[in-house]
Design a protein. Structure first.
Ligand code: NAD
Length: 554
């Protein structure tokens, strides 16, 4: 078979591969391209601008074919979305090793990447697109929920009730913003230039209503704010035009952020270009389009800084829009902080991050049972309980049923082992794929995002994600990936991911215990090394070994 076609992961317990470890990789690859999950499945694009699951349809077919015949002691090697080899390894080794979008330093820019991509030599893997553990917008929902909860705690007395958040970007990740704000009881006004993005979020119940005009949007927002009623409003338009206009008109906005695809200038709509002409304009003159997009981002960011000067809480939400605005010559681009130093770093110090799992059975009841297991395991964690309850009620599954929750060092391994026991006992209908986002505590070097403003200045040190990938290979993960450029774009990040399959066997339990201890352990040691007190306390209390803190002679 060749060319675009609808792809959907098989459900149930019948295997098309030689074991569950391979079957899981196969199903998760297919699940990433499920039309319910992927933003543009016909182009193999899963989310985040052009983040792809496979380089081309021929490579996709070759991966499916290879995974189906892959033995328990073999490993498939994937180079930027194309299977390039199968090697004999051993049963503790990962079944798949993935390297996506990596370029040598001096060549690590969009221009060179696109030249190589046009030659068919590489693809953009984003974070979980090319590593086959994207679970739809829910994947980002809890992180976004936690971030807005932290904003509420810092500035608004613990709730967003009675506040208006202004943002743009209702794509695969950005689409989590309206629901995360309303889950914190606030009002969200969300701009997107693509009418389909707005409709999709309404369909998936992430967004409540669509406004007819800016005036209508503001009227709805103010009414809901005054009634302290949660509401999310979609507004069609270009953020680079609407934000400066709203600032000039004195729109009553309390919080401002953004999740347009600013990391990739060819995925950001410049002023003066119609949305319908965007793709052809970008293809016709990428360099000219990039310049125009950056100039528009400068106007967009300038308005964000204006809102900050007027007293709003403003932060960059990990899409590199400040960096792009700076490239266009806007000097105050970095006047507001990124969300990690502002709100998330203390969680990273505890090894906390976006832990997630997907039910390979396709049964929603498997996720309901794992939700209950999480509540049983961590009864003292109130915000986790609140999240699991809200997620159970409000999250629409896309593709295979899945759940995300942020767990830390000493927690993830407990959850993983419990899940594996539940598979073994038959309580769950089939195995689970347990993974995480690459946006994690010890798996990324990204100076504009996860490692912005590190205490010791080590923002750009990329040894950490590489060690993270190696330790996950050494610990027995089912597939491991090393990517470049996810989240913030080419030349700006290096990151790693792992997925471990709970198939109910004793061997899987042994592997899971190690992987789900060592993987978040990287977050603890990375932050101990950078000098964070919280990380030092976590290491001491939970027994994470850090040789430089141990006494004794050589
Ligand atoms: P996406 O490509 O699926 O969606 C981007 C949306 O922005 C699209 O709907 C597009 O129509 C819209 N858009 C583009 N230009 C616009 C403009 N000028 N005005 C209004 N809307 C415009 O991308 P995504 O997966 O939602 O990711 C969004 C960004 O967030 C990316 O840069 C991604 O790397 C970043 N990201 C952040 C986090 C985080 O944790 N904060 C996590 C993942 C991704």
């Amino acid at each position: 078979m060749s060319g675009p076609r609808p792809v959907r992961a098989p459900r149930g317990t019948e295997l098309s591969a030689l074991g569950w470890q391979q079957e899981a990789a196969l199903r998760m690859l297919q699940n990433n391209l499920d039309p319910e999950v992927a933003e543009h499945p016909d182009k193999l694009v899963v989310y985040g601008g052009t983040g792809k699951a496979a380089r081309d349809w021929r490579s996709f077919d070759a991966m499916v074919r290879t995974l189906k015949g892959l033995k328990q002691d073999e490993t498939m090697l994937v180079q930027s979305g194309r299977p390039v080899g199968v090697m004999q390894t051993h049963e503790w080794a990962p079944r798949v090793l993935i390297a996506n979008s990596n370029l040598v330093g001096d060549w690590a820019n969009w221009e060179e990447f696109r030249r190589l991509e046009a030659l068919g030599l590489t693809m953009y893997g984003q974070m979980t697109a090319g590593s086959w553990i994207y679970i739809g917008t829910q994947g980002i929902l809890q992180g976004t929920y936690e971030t807005f909860a932290a904003v509420a705690a810092k500035k608004f007395g613990g709730t967003l009730a009675g506040t208006i958040t202004l943002t743009a970007g209702l794509g695969g990740m950005g689409g989590a913003q309206p629901l995360a704000v309303t889950m914190n009881d606030g009002v969200a006004l969300c701009i997107d230039c693509d009418p389909r993005a707005i409709e999709r979020r309404i369909e998936h119940r992430y967004l409540d209503v669509k406004a007819d005009s800016l005036e209508h949007a503001l009227q709805l927002a103010v009414e809901a704010r005054d009634a302290r009623r949660p509401l999310s409003i979609g507004l069609l338009g270009n953020a680079a035009e609407l934000l400066p206009r709203m600032l000039a008109e004195g729109a009553p906005v309390d919080i401002v952020t953004d999740q347009t695809s600013a990391h990739d200038p060819l995925a950001y709509l410049p002023l003066g270009v119609d949305f319908d002409d965007m793709a052809s304009a970008a293809a016709k003159d990428p360099a000219g389009f990039t310049t125009r997009a950056r100039e528009s981002m400068a106007k967009h960011v300038e308005a964000m800084v204006g809102f900050m000067d007027a007293g709003a809480e403003v932060f960059d939400y990990g899409n590199s829009i400040r960096g792009e605005a700076q490239l266009a010559g806007y000097e105050r681009a970095f006047a507001f902080p990124g969300f990690v130093p502002a709100y998330i770093r203390p969680l990273f110090c505890e090894g906390k991050g976006p832990f997630r799992w997907a039910a390979l059975s396709g049964e929603a009841s498997d996720i309901a049972k794992t939700d209950k297991a999480i509540l049983d395991l961590f009864p003292e964690n109130e915000s986790l309980a609140r999240w699991i309850k809200l997620a159970g009620e409000r999250v629409h599954f896309q593709g295979l049923p899945a759940r995300i929750c942020w767990l830390g060092y000493g927690e993830r391994d407990k959850a993983g082992e419990r899940f594996n026991d539940m598979v073994a006992s038959g309580e769950l209908a089939a195995p689970l794929a347990i993974g995480r986002d690459h946006l994690d505590c010890g798996s990324v070097a990204s100076p504009y995002r996860e490692t912005e403003a590190m205490l010791d200045g080590s923002d750009a040190i990329a040894d950490w994600p590489l060690l993270n990938a190696m330790v996950n290979v050494a610990s027995g993960a089912s597939w491991v990936s090393i990517h470049h450029g996810g989240g913030v774009g080419m030349g700006r990040s290096i990151h790693a991911g792992q997925v471990s399959v709970a198939d109910g066997t004793k061997l899987a339990g042994e592997k899971i215990r190690r992987v789900l201890t060592n993987d978040p352990g990287m977050g603890v040691i990375r932050h101990v090394d950078a000098g964070y007190d919280i990380a030092e306390s976590v290491a001491d209390e939970r027994g994470v070994r850090v040789p430089m803190r141990e006494g004794g002679d050589a």
